[in-house]
Design a protein around this ligand. Structure first.
Ligand SMILES: Nc1ncnc2c1ncn2[C@@H]1O[C@H](COP(=O)(O)OP(=O)(O)OP(=O)(O)O)[C@@H](O)[C@H]1O
Length: 298
């Protein structure tokens, strides 16, 4: 399978003395995946997305996007910043016209208009008169109307109401599946991700702590309850419970007698890893970066 993004030893410092926002961050995102980018506040999610969009340069390390340095294939990449920048003085209709003018080869006017219409927005309304959620809808119409091969979305749904979020996620995912679009989307809303995404990148301490298909990552872990020794398994998190110990583990062979075993939900998997920042990382096969070749950008 071809590669949408490959990062190798990526480091980003915002100042000489500042702690690294990304610190030896390496991963491979195959094309066609709808990937959640998750991590605590300040983990480096926006930093990674702006570097992939070609708007910020790494301090060191390399990253390729659609096989080239970030920014090379701007026409094929949509980037939606957390702040959703739009021109406040333009109307909704004029904003879409700007989208068409900026993307003459790829613009799908009918599709962009449909997204706006689903929100019952008046095309003549000025952007400055819209609510935060309505602006988000226009920004998403711009990002999707471009019919990109890769979408880099920074908390795209954060200010949509639950119904609008559900509907927009449905539109986004159906579109991505139909067109084979790769999506890398940061979010803190785990329920939104569990339904929509098939791939996960968990950032912590500036590097990837979990990377791979969500089913594979869940399948590699077990939630166990019982008493006894958990060696030789990797214990991600362990807590005393009424029935002994409840632990999220990565199995290494069979479990001993007397353990109740469950498959964790995505939320349980994420919470355990977020609470245990020192747990060993796991990147499933196909999601580790190839050994470093020539620098694509640095
Ligand atoms: N322009 C900047 N100048 C200086 N430091 C920055 C800048 N942008 C980000 N940082 C720092 O880099 C680190 C990572 O920030 P980033 O915004 O990438 O995290 P995030 O995972 O997107 O966080 P959140 O979930 O809160 O949006 C933080 O410590 C932040 O303070």
């Amino acid at each position: 399978m071809s590669t949408a993004i490959e990062a190798n030893g990526l480091v980003k410092r915002y100042g000489r003395r500042a702690a690294a926002a990304l610190d030896d961050c390496s991963f491979r995102l195959p094309t066609g995946r709808i990937s959640a980018l998750v991590g605590p506040n300040g983990a480096g999610k926006s930093t990674l997305l702006t570097i992939a969009a070609g708007l910020s340069r790494p301090t060191s390390g390399s990253i390729s996007v659609l096989g080239a340095a970030p920014g090379t294939h701007r026409a094929k990449v949509s980037y939606l910043a957390q702040s959703k920048p739009l021109y406040p003085q333009l109307s909704v209709a004029d904003t879409l016209k700007v989208g068409a003018a900026l993307n003459p080869e790829r613009w799908d006017a009918a599709y962009a208009s449909k997204i706006v219409e689903q929100g019952e927005l008046d095309p003549k309304a000025k952007i400055r008169s819209l609510s935060g959620g309505q602006r988000t809808r226009v920004a998403l119409a711009l990002a999707l109307g471009k019919r990109p091969e890769l979408m880099l979305l920074d908390e795209p749904m954060a200010d949509l109401d639950p119904l609008a979020r559900h509907e927009m996620m449905g539109t986004l995912m159906a579109d991505a599946a139909e067109h084979g679009t790769t999506v890398l989307m940061s979010s803190h809303i785990v329920t939104e991700l569990a339904d929509a995404c098939d791939h996960l990148l968990l950032l912590g301490g500036g590097r990837i702590r979990l990377g791979g298909g969500i089913d594979d990552l869940i399948g590699a872990h077990s939630l166990v309850t019982g008493r006894g020794d958990l060696a030789p398994h990797t214990v991600v998190e362990s807590r005393a419970s009424g029935r002994g110990v409840t632990a999220l583990i990565r199995r290494d062979g069979q479990l001993g007698e007397g353990w109740q075993v469950q498959e964790p939900s995505l939320e349980e998997l994420l919470l355990a890893h977020l609470r245990s920042p020192d747990a060993p990382p796991l990147l499933t096969p196909g999601t580790t970066a190839a050994p470093r070749r020539t620098e694509v950008t640095a």
